[in-house]
Design a protein around this ligand. Structure first.
Ligand SMILES: C[S@@+](CC[C@H](N)C(=O)[O-])C[C@H]1O[C@@H](n2cnc3c(N)ncnc32)[C@H](O)[C@@H]1O
Length: 293
């Protein structure tokens, strides 16, 4: 990894919206467009992930608050960003940045020199720019340390060797072409770059066949039940090294379900069936790390 703040071709303002809006699957376009998933009660604080709860104080012994929910979502980012070795001053790309609050956290808490948030939905890019307007304004007239780009994981609108770190939080379950993402990640990462990816994946091929029967987001085309070992293999096949897979479900599913259980209207609804799927060995939440070069 280089310690140099990136300049020139990785300047995010050089790429206002990518070459063209990506062709999103209909369900993905709807959920992150008019539906605006970040506003539903399963999420909080503008983030859209299940959260990592291990660091939420005393979480097992008391009712969980909305502040705890936000903390869990931020902590999932902290877990991922914490895998980067000495990130200070380096450049990073977040793939599937949503409202871009994780990009701001990365700048604020990890000392990165520049963060570019990439998302395939134009409404999410608009929301990210609005949510981070103050920070974007603070960088006006200086080398841009934060930027948001419209573009797909499988066709990243950045040149080769553009960034030191690439991370993604709960977006890869939407990718239609993980091998395409892996090739793009290997291409845009510098030779000493690092990748960190977190989301939920199927544990086996048999589980992948069963999941759509339990969880409508798989059946309706929002999510794809990628098998975790297949995802890791595509990263290695793209030339990334030291691909490591770490299951983190024990810090995700049970506390998330307890938070959701406080909403009686969701008693038998699908947002609570993830815990069943986890306990039945069908899926888990993972952190996958790899190195470029
Ligand atoms: C569950 S949200 C997670 C957002 C954010 N990372 C967070 O944790 O709050 C998934 C995001 O991935 C984006 N997305 C879906 N498919 C994508 C793709 N192929 N390439 C880039 N982004 C994609 C969606 O538009 C959405 O903003």
């Amino acid at each position: 990894m280089t310690q140099q703040p990136p300049a020139g071709p990785t300047e995010p303002t050089d790429h206002p919206d990518g070459p063209a809006p990506p062709d999103l699957p209909e369900r993905v376009a709807k959920i992150y467009g008019e539906f605006d998933l970040s506003t539903v009660s399963a999420f909080a604080g503008g983030f859209i992930n299940f959260g990592y709860w291990a660091g939420v104080p005393d979480h097992a012994d008391r009712p969980l608050s909305e502040a705890d929910r936000v903390r869990s979502e931020q902590d999932l980012y902290r877990l991922v960003l914490g895998t980067f070795d000495r990130p200070q001053g380096r450049s990073a790309l977040e793939v599937g940045c949503g409202r871009g609050l994780g990009c701001a956290l990365a700048l604020r808490e990890f000392g990165l020199g520049q963060v570019i948030g990439l998302d395939a939905h134009p409404d999410q890019i608009t929301r990210a720019r609005e949510a981070n307007a103050a920070l974007l304004g603070a960088f006006a007239g200086t080398p841009a340390r934060l930027g948001f780009l419209l573009g797909a994981a499988e066709d990243i609108p950045l040149p080769d060797d553009a960034v030191d770190c690439l991370y993604s939080v709960e977006a890869a379950q939407h990718f239609r072409d993980p091998a395409g993402f892996a090739r793009e990640a290997a291409r845009v990462l510098r030779a000493t770059g690092r990748l960190a990816l977190t989301t939920f994946f199927a544990r086996t091929h048999e589980a992948a066949r069963a999941l759509p029967g339990l969880l409508p987001p798989y059946a309706d085309g929002l999510d794809v039940p990628h098998v975790v070992d297949d995802v890791a293999a595509t990263l290695a096949a793209a030339g990334l090294r030291e691909v490591r897979v770490r299951p983190i479900g024990d810090g995700v599913w049970e506390p998330y379900d307890r938070y959701m259980a406080q909403r009686p209207e969701l008693r038998d609804e699908w947002p609570r069936r993830y815990l069943t799927a986890y306990r039945d060995g069908l899926l888990d939440y993972y952190v996958i790390t790899a190195m470029a070069g």
